[in-house]
Design a protein around this ligand. Structure first.
Ligand SMILES: Nc1ncnc2c1ncn2[C@@H]1O[C@H](COP(=O)(O)OP(=O)(O)OP(=O)(O)O)[C@@H](O)[C@H]1O
Ligand SMILES: [Mg+2]
Length: 575
């Protein structure tokens, strides 16, 4: 439990004033809380001795009322300050997490489950909030209250009685300490199960159409049910431990009360304390039930918080971030690949082998080859998405490792093979490429990407909302919006990764012609499975197993004997 406090101490230390005030208010509240039992005991003794006058009664009632009002005010304040602090730490950590998510490398995402990351950003953070708010209040409240009451019982009534009555307490602490460790472990595994379940929810929702078309609803249901069941079991394991605390507290406090009455009556008989004092003492003992109970919950909450905090911290500590090093910016756009070889961090063989290639500013490069031959990988090296491989990749005479990733990206317009659209309007999706684009630039991008015809048929034109991931659009429409998004930036280097695969041959030619005319003097890289898209390229390379096996212009290659001419003949003769 103290572990958790240590972990969030950075936050408490940076909010010293807040927490000092909380402690101060708590102490005042505690002192106020011990006044009523004192009043009760004194009144009883006054009645016993027949000394209770009207005036004294009135004073007692006034003090009573004042104490209640004051206690209300200070309690309001510490609770307010504390919960505000808790929600703040939650949002601070969440922002850190989001910032980290944006920095983490693709390999990190390949090995983590989205559902689990979401669980961390929501559920685990809530647990941290709980531990920091509710947890700390209970810790401060129960310990200071416990101490105050013990001191008051000792000083105002009897140390002997206090000592014996509290004998059963340490037992509770020892058991709680033990259970705390178990809770931590079980909570971690319960949260992991939650993450897996979360991921399954995502998959079910995203894959709902696939599931339906393959009539796999029942199988999916069963799979999901077993995941929910698994989470439920693990969650119940935590709850079982939790439930263990409550009866335990009652047993311990009841034995304290029994001892205090037994031993207390002896003390009263011997005239060491009065009846009123014994009653006050027992009221105090009863007041101990709450802090004891709270301490039980506290161990639970803090251990859960501790476990969740670790899960989040693991992401924050993840070293697998994008390589952002390098400060040089790109001026011209001449590329030089020199024996570049690359293996994915998670891969087991080279996806690029000894790639040597030169591409000058203004040239168009076509990349073709079988599926899985390394075309997209080639581009990802250029984009600095993955760690660098061996060999040299020189842009404008500067090694890519010394280039600033952001500055490099600013030069690029990249249409990836997976079309990713946001659930926003068409306009917003295109403007994502250039947030300050004018209406003319916008319409030009739409025209170049041959999206103008489609746009006329859309109910609200550019302001038509695109469904979750662009569901209401056809594949070809999505591709063309993605192309428009990259063209609107007028990038120095345009990269189309299989970006025309879902459009018909005529539309493809239209777009290619537009690009050819519009991008004179600028570098363009086109990856395609349809050779017609690269006929005009200055240079075409054919990849196979990560190596360049052919290169040249369309004319040279189609006159040759290799894969390219084979494909070309196949296309012309129809196989
Ligand atoms: N993130 C990754 N981690 C590990 N291996 C990968 C990863 N991405 C691709 N690969 C592997 O690298 C090789 C080249 O993949 P790449 O995506 O570059 O092929 P491609 O030529 O673009 O294929 P396609 O025409 O189907 O798009 C493949 O064998 C693939 O399995
Ligand atoms: Mg690819």
């Amino acid at each position: 439990m103290l572990d958790y406090i240590r972990k969030i101490s950075w936050y408490i230390l940076s909010n010293k004033k807040r927490y000092a005030l909380i402690v101060l208010f708590l102490l005042i509240a505690n002192v106020l809380d011990i006044i009523p039992p004192q009043l009760i005991g004194r009144t009883i003794d006054l009645i016993n001795n027949g000394e209770l006058t009207k005036e004294i009664t009135r004073n007692i009632l006034i003090i009573f009322a004042a104490v209640i009002v004051l206690a209300y005010i200070v309690t309001y304040w510490w609770a307010y300050l504390l919960f505000e602090g808790a929600i703040k730490i939650e949002s601070i950590i969440r922002s850190r997490l989001m910032r980290k998510f944006l920095l983490l490398s693709p390999s990190f995402y390949e090995k983590s489950k989205t559902g689990d990351l979401m669980a961390k950003a929501t559920n685990d953070l809530k647990t941290v909030n709980m531990a920091t708010g509710f947890g700390i209040i209970t810790l401060l409240d129960s310990t200071t209250f416990l101490l105050t009451i013990i001191l008051v019982m000792g000083f105002t009534i009897s140390w002997q009685l206090t000592f014996f009555a509290l004998l059963p307490l340490p037992l509770l602490a020892i058991i709680e300490q033990r259970l705390g460790k178990m809770i931590n472990k079980r909570h971690k595994s319960s949260q992991e199960a939650f993450g897996v379940m979360n991921d399954a929810v995502l998959e079910v929702v995203e894959g709902v159409r696939l599931t339906r078309s393959y009539v796999q609803e029942d199988a999916e249901n069963r799979r999901f049910h077993s995941l929910t069941e698994n989470y439920l079991n693990k969650f119940m394991k935590v709850e079982k431990l939790d439930a263990f605390f409550q009866p335990l507290t009652i047993i311990v406090v009841s034995s304290s009360i029994a001892i205090s009455f037994g031993y207390g009556s002896v003390l009263v008989n011997n005239g060491l304390i009065t009846v009123g004092e014994l009653i006050t003492f027992n009221v105090y003992l009863n007041m101990l039930i709450w802090p004891m109970f709270a301490l039980g919950m506290l161990f639970n909450i803090m251990e859960r918080g501790n476990a969740s905090y670790d899960r989040i911290q693991n992401v924050l500590d993840e070293a697998d971030v994008l390589n952002t090093s390098g400060e040089m910016s790109v001026k011209e756009t001449n590329f030089n690949f020199n024996e570049v070889t690359f293996k994915y961090p998670t891969g087991n063989r080279n996806s690029l082998r000894n790639i040597t290639l030169e591409l000058n500013k203004g040239e168009t490069l076509g990349i073709v080859g079988k599926t899985g031959s390394g075309k997209s990988t080639f581009i990802k090296q250029l984009l600095k998405i993955y760690p660098e491989g061996t060999g040299e990749l020189i842009i404008d005479g500067v090694n890519i490792s010394s280039l600033d990733r952001k500055k490099l990206r600013e030069k690029l317009g990249y249409v990836s093979q997976e079309n990713i659209l946001f659930s926003r309007t068409v306009r917003e999706n295109i403007m994502f490429g250039k947030p300050d684009a004018t209406e003319e630039e916008m319409m030009e991008a739409v025209r170049l990407s041959a999206f103008d015809e489609d746009l006329k048929r859309m109910p609200e034109g550019l302001d038509t909302l695109v469904g979750e991931k662009g569901m209401s659009l056809s594949g070809g429409q999505k591709q063309r919006i993605s192309i428009a998004r990259s063209l609107i930036r007028q990038p120095d280097i345009l990269i189309l990764d299989d970006a025309l695969s879902a459009v018909d041959a005529r539309t493809e030619q239209r777009i290619i012609n537009h690009i050819k005319n519009n991008r004179q003097g600028k570098t363009t890289i086109i990856i395609t499975h349809r050779l017609s898209a690269v006929h005009h390229a200055d240079k075409i390379i054919v990849l196979e197993n990560g190596s360049i096996v052919e290169s040249g212009t369309h004319k040279q290659l189609s006159d040759g004997e290799g894969w390219y001419s084979e494909q070309n003949d196949y296309f012309i003769t129809g196989g």
